[in-house]
Design a protein around this ligand. Structure first.
Ligand code: TXA
Ligand code: MG
Length: 334
């Protein structure tokens, strides 16, 4: 199903040369495309914030070639972090740890912690190995917008603000990594992702604090995160046609559902996402992008199941929606 795209050694070499010269290179990871810069070059880090139009107090994730890099970037690596690294790296997990003294504060948004991850995408791995250093890389989108899951999305988002794009095809996971911090030997999930709270709890043999209603939340401070430009509402399957009836008079409405288009519906556009959580995550952002450019005044997403495997998707739909804008206070960037 995944489109295979080959990246040549020459392209990797060109990317490395540009990164060493302080330029920005977008590259594929298994989650979403990252906008990469040399994590040790403050001028390059500043360019990332400028290209994304991202506020400087939103810290970046530092991507490493392997687990050995942990000790260089973090001042303290608790036992729990080593266990998670062993279980899930390379892969879609980011760990927030106390930062080492040499870490530029531009990288961490002035915080005393640093976010670290070893990605598994073969192109990201080749790039990190050849670069022989760490890459600061937020998702390669403008601030507040949907993360790109293909090279074409990156070009759409950043245009000439990125110096080079390594095209590694579609990202397999399709939504951003799970972000975990540690408090008193307990893992706290700051952003849910493909690595689930259950998997982390099982690895650490202890309970995990998931991003539930009991986590600290701020309401309305970040109105459009991971968001399409078109307003989005999440509604139950039962109320979908009622909402369409009241919304359609104001203009065409697009629907994102996991079932085929009913014979009778007022939806102007009906997009079918896969029924399983992994497939849904893989397609979510490209479907939202397509719906966003369809000229509709509203996108309605049919609610997804209330089970653990759908946690990360419920989180992204919630962040993308216009109503009930509530995001965890802890991990807020885009
Ligand atoms: O899957 C991913 O994580 C992708 C790929 C490119 O690796 N990256 C990504 O980066 O989603 P970005 O910058 O779009 O999101 C990073 C998130 C933000 O929510 C930011 O607030 C959080 O990580 N973060 C970074 N450093 C942090 C820190 N020290 N403490 C708490 N949160 C942090
Ligand atoms: Mg982002």
């Amino acid at each position: 199903m995944l489109q295979q795209v080959d990246v040549t050694d020459e392209q990797i070499e060109r990317a490395v040369a540009l990164l060493r010269a302080g330029k920005l290179v977008a590259f594929p990871t298994e989650t979403v495309y990252g906008l990469g810069a040399d994590a040790a070059n403050v001028a390059a880090i500043r360019k990332v914030f400028a290209a994304k139009q991202r506020p400087v107090d939103h810290p970046l994730i530092v991507h490493l070639a392997d687990t050995a890099g942990l000790k260089h970037w973090a001042s303290v690596v608790p036992r729990e972090a080593w266990l998670l690294a062993e279980a899930f790296w390379p892969g879609p997990l980011t760990m927030v740890l106390p930062r080492a003294a040499h870490v530029p504060s531009e990288l961490t948004g002035g915080q005393s912690t640093i976010a670290l991850r070893v990605p598994s995408h073969p192109v990201a791995r080749r790039l990190l190995k050849a670069f022989d250093g760490a890459l600061a890389a937020p998702s390669a989108n403008r601030f507040g917008r949907l993360s790109p899951t293909s090279a074409a999305h990156v070009r759409e988002e950043l245009g000439d603000a990125v110096d080079f794009i390594l095209d590694g095809g579609e990202c397999a996971v399709g939504i951003e990594s799970t972000i975990v911090a540690f408090r008193n030997a307990q893992a706290v999930i700051l952003r849910p992702g493909a690595v689930t709270a259950e998997q982390i709890a099982e690895t650490l043999e202890t309970e995990v604090v998931p991003p539930t209603a009991s986590s600290p939340r701020v309401s309305g401070t970040l109105p459009s995160h991971y968001a399409p430009r078109t307003p989005l509402k999440v509604v139950s399957a039962e109320t979908l046609e009622d909402v369409l009836r009241s919304e359609s008079p104001q203009g065409p409405v697009a629907v994102l559902a996991r079932r085929g288009r009913p014979q009778q519906t007022r939806a102007a556009l009906w997009q079918v996402a896969p029924e399983d959580a992994d497939g849904y995550a893989h397609h979510l952002y490209s479907l939202l992008r397509r719906m966003d450019s369809a000229g509709c005044h509203l996108i309605i997403a049919e609610a997804v199941p209330d089970t653990p495997e759908w946690t990360a998707i419920r989180d992204r739909l919630m962040r993308a929606s216009v109503e009930d804008v509530e995001v965890p206070a802890v991990a807020t960037g885009t």
